[in-house]
Design a protein around this ligand. Sequence first.
Ligand code: SF4
Ligand code: SF4
Length: 473
Amino acid sequence: MSNQGKAKLTRRDFLRVLGLGAGAVAVGSITTPAAASPLSANPTFEARRFDNPAGRLQRPWWVRTVDQPTIEIDWAKMKRYNEGYKADLGTGTVRGKGFAAYVGQDKSDELSKKSAAVIKDGILNNVAGYTLKDQALVSAHSTRVEMSFLGPQKAKTPEDFGAPKWAGSPEEAARVVRAALRHNGAATVGFVELNENTRKLIYSFDPDGKELVFTDDALPSETETQRLIPNTAKYVIVYTIQMSEETMRRSPTPLGQQTTGLAYKRHTVIQASMQEFLRTMGYMGLGSSNINALAIAPAFGVLAGLGEMSRLNRMITPEFGPMVRCFVLLTDLPLATDKPIDAGIMEFCKRCKKCAEACATGALSFEDEPTWETRGPWNNPGHKAYFEDSTKCMTYWREVGTNCGICFSVCPFSKKDKAWIHEWVKATASVAPAMDGFMRSMDDAFGYGAQKSPEDWWMLDLPEYGTDSSGML
Ligand code: SF4
Ligand code: SF4
């Protein structure tokens, strides 16, 4: 699980191993077209104009746009999935009631008691990462802006101003929504159009049991049992929010746990802000009624090219690795859509397996290739993936009293330091798969992925939210 105690190579040692005595520029010139080197991109923080009409950000040269995602999808086999566990269907995620349904109520109750005892013991005995101040950080994210499908609906509409709704081309709309979303705190933004296939990625039931129904109604609405989505709301806005690598590398502890809590809390504010933004523009902004509601957001993220699927059975982005949370909004504002990407991430996963080795419970797949075969009813069939055993993962969460995230933090794509070696690892992964195993070894040798001391975190000088967006500028 940890690389602590392993000998650490310096960059100079590494260059010597490769027989490259020169510096980073020489290595970069071998592997990276100089004009597009990610290392030379915008070294200052000056704001730039983008010529792309849809406002798509410039990405590293090794991120290629492709027509199909790097996982196979069988849309004929794919069905709309329910987020909350549905007893009558016998399917649903392992979250909420799903866990007890899959492992049994007695086991679930026993683990819940164990979880509470671990937290209490950690506070009373000052266990690093479990102390009262760590728990207080978890509590800091427990109060959130109320989330809703329809949004706050308090902002003025164009009619209130006596104005027509905003009008522009789909490219202009994409640029405007991207700019607004990033200004409000999103990291990356993409757009997908709903059609007969992609509609299957909208949940059939939300976690609270309400059915999500497409309708010919002109306006969205919500009843006691249903959330009604007009067929005109066919544009998916999908976006990521960064998570702090420094706290995630203190997992599994409450200090590590609040990493996702902070991202979710930020999402509640961003979603409500964008719902009001779209309202004043004159359009719908349909959001998730709760965390993990409305749609399989990472799947839309993959279709929009924000990242690729991975051995984690989660999306990994080129910019921030898996250190993001992904969310969606639906709107009737026509938006220029995006394509999937191939950044070599899925290929790298085939040889890496670092996350599967680091997982204490064996929840992640060790298979060489992704498969159509699911591991249980918590997985949604219809795509090839490295399916995980979610019950093992969730059992571990209860045993340690928090969520986990070790697999995220050890991933070589999580490193946001801009040291040349990591850029090179990422760049090589997309063009020379044969080097992947070697690069994975280098990632280990440099000590990346080792979990860090929770107490040390309180001494760090970190940017806001503990995240770093400089790689995007
Ligand atoms: S640790 Fe390796 S195998 Fe796992 S998701 Fe990251 S790159 Fe893929
Ligand atoms: S989060 Fe789950 S899958 Fe990942 S390392 Fe922890 S227990 Fe394993």
